[in-house]
Design a protein around this ligand. Structure first.
Ligand code: ZN
Length: 421
């Protein structure tokens, strides 16, 4: 312990301070959330009294509390693993093990990065299993067989190794060979990679996990096509996904860019909603298109990643950065690894800003849907989905402001009600 204490520098203490603050804030938020939900568990909120039963309301409360409790354990485990990798000397050990092999620097770097990714994925596995086979199972949502669960994780790991390997190789190569402005070239590379992923996700990656078929129901199909044509969109991009293979939760999302964009309905959602309600949900998704939300998100992440890479470009040359995070053998790939591991510790306060931006987009899409379809139909669809998915109607407001990408149920329904004629 003496050796560790003497090797800590000011940056180590800054890192520890931010880490402790981040954990304390999130544990405090989780406790508030659990308490708040418990306080309102006895009664359905007034606005939902005629629409949601007390039994459904209490199921949502218990389900949310279970998930939040698991989240606390995950948070603490991640923090311990991060400390073991950095100040605990884990990265030094891993780096040493790869260096013994005497491979070229580029291969050593890729080896270190991929080993970290594999260990991270393995550590996530017990949490994923607990979530699926204990929590989801307890509330009747789980439909994933153990074999499918394992197969999913093997596929994810292979994808991580292949895609992560390609990206790591490209970025490390620029770092070693492209001179002082390597971070700018690495950024261009990252941008190209992200755009290829936006293209590849719906056509190559998502089909590895699910089957996508054309929407069959004639009546739904006609309504949906009408709505799309009215908005100048092609109807070839509507798919139904067999989400019921894994879970009873219903959902819809939009993905892709340009002519290749598509809207995906989970089969569970189609089963849960009436025709006009599916139409209202689609109108909401079209709202995301019309407001260019995917493009805006890509612009924002591009700007943030440029700033991040410029920062790494500077950190690579700072001895205190490596030393402060427990690494004794500085190298380009180690700077990247440390940056990726330590960054979330310093940027956790940005989470409420990004969540607020996302909620703003949801309001815009809801407003669009209210103009296209009927706000009351969308409310009916949302209330059904809240009940079916056991989403809590009474989140803690501060917890929700920090974490939620979608406005909480009461706020969203009140906002839509104000738009109803
Ligand atoms: Zn949305």
């Amino acid at each position: 312990m003496n050796g560790l204490a003497t090797s800590l520098n000011e940056f180590s203490w800054l890192f520890l301070g931010f880490l402790a603050t981040g954990i304390a804030v999130r544990l405090w938020l989780a406790q508030r959330h659990i308490d708040h939900i418990g306080r309102y568990r006895g009664e359905v909120p007034h606005a939902f009294r005629t629409k949601i039963s007390l039994a459904d309301h209490q199921k949502a409360a218990d389900y949310t509390v279970d998930k939040t409790r698991l989240g606390r354990w995950e948070l603490l485990t991640e923090a311990i693993v991060l400390l073991l990798w950095t100040l605990g000397g884990g990265l030094d050990l891993l780096d040493g093990a790869w260096r013994i092999l005497g491979l070229p620097e580029l291969a050593t770097g890729i080896g270190v990065i991929l080993s970290l990714a594999v260990v991270g994925a393995l550590l996530d596995l017990p949490f994923g299993a607990y979530r699926t086979f204990v929590i989801e199972e307890r509330f009747g949502f789980n439909r994933t067989a153990p074999g499918l669960f394992l197969l999913d994780h093997v596929k994810q790991l292979l994808l991580l190794l292949i895609l992560g390997g390609i990206l790591a190789a490209g970025v490390l190569w620029t770092l070693m060979h492209a001179g002082d402005l390597w971070w700018l070239y690495a950024w261009v590379l990252w941008l190209v990679f992200s755009l290829v992923m936006v293209w590849a996700f719906p056509v190559l990656i998502a089909p590895l996990f699910n089957r996508f078929t054309a929407l069959k129901d004639e009546e739904v199909r006609r309504r949906v096509e009408d709505l799309l044509t009215r908005n100048g969109l092609s109807s070839r991009g509507i798919f139904v996904m067999d989400g019921s293979r894994r879970s009873g939760h219903g959902n819809a999302y939009f993905t892709g860019l340009g002519a290749q964009k598509r809207i995906v309905f989970f089969d569970t959602l189609i089963d849960q909603l009436a025709t006009d309600e599916v139409e209202a949900v689609l109108a909401h998704e079209i709202g995301h298109f019309k407001h260019h939300h995917i493009g805006k998100r890509i612009l924002l992440t591009s700007a943030l990643s440029l700033a991040g890479l410029a920062l790494v470009g500077w950190l690579v040359q700072q001895d205190w950065f490596y030393q402060g995070l427990g690494v004794t053998h500085p190298s380009g790939y180690m700077a990247l690894v440390l940056f990726v591991l330590a960054l979330p510790v310093f940027t956790f306060f940005m989470q409420p800003l990004l969540a607020a931006l996302s909620r703003r987009h949801e309001f815009q899409a809801d407003d669009f849907a209210a103009r296209q379809a009927d706000a009351r139909t969308l409310i009916r669809a949302l209330v059904k989905l809240y009940a079916e998915n056991a989403s809590t109607l009474t989140p803690d407001p501060i917890y929700s402001a920090f974490h939620d990408s979608h406005p909480p149920a009461p706020v969203r329904v009140a906002h839509l009600s104000s738009q109803a004629p």
